[in-house]
Design a protein around this ligand. Sequence first.
Ligand SMILES: Nc1nc2c([nH]c(=O)n2[C@H]2C[C@H](O)[C@@H](COP(=O)(O)OP(=O)(O)OP(=O)(O)O)O2)c(=O)[nH]1
Length: 129
Amino acid sequence: MKTLNVVAAIIKKDNQILATKRGYGEFINMWEFPGGKIENNETKEEALIREIKEELDCTIEPTKFALDLEYQYPTFYLKMSCYEAIIKEGTPKLLEHNDARWLTKQQLNEVNWIPADLQIIDYLKETME
Ligand SMILES: Nc1nc2c([nH]c(=O)n2[C@H]2C[C@H](O)[C@@H](COP(=O)(O)OP(=O)(O)OP(=O)(O)O)O2)c(=O)[nH]1
């Protein structure tokens, strides 16, 4: 079974986090944290900055390591490192997603998360104001 090494950004602004809705593929119309697969010869932070530029056309700064999670999907094993981040330049544009929402702690349950991301939601319920 293949293992995917992925990074995800918990982009924060004014006590809200940015959730994005997948526009294609196996998890279409489920909500996630923007990010993607780490490529050879890049650090996790570099992968995160590159993916957010590709997906949302803005530049982020990772500010804090949040959590590592693992999840067994039917066809692959996911290892995902999650970082809190802020937007340094630009405003998010949906180049690959079909929707986005800024969610408060109280709104975290309002969207249908990709299964593995419930571990991130637990982390946010403990850490968000
Ligand atoms: N980006 C992202 N991927 C997630 C999350 N939760 C989760 O289970 N995944 C899974 C779904 C995907 O199978 C995998 C990430 O792949 P991806 O499709 O985003 O990566 P990518 O942009 O490098 O890939 P590609 O579409 O260019 O093939 O991780 C999440 O919060 N964000």
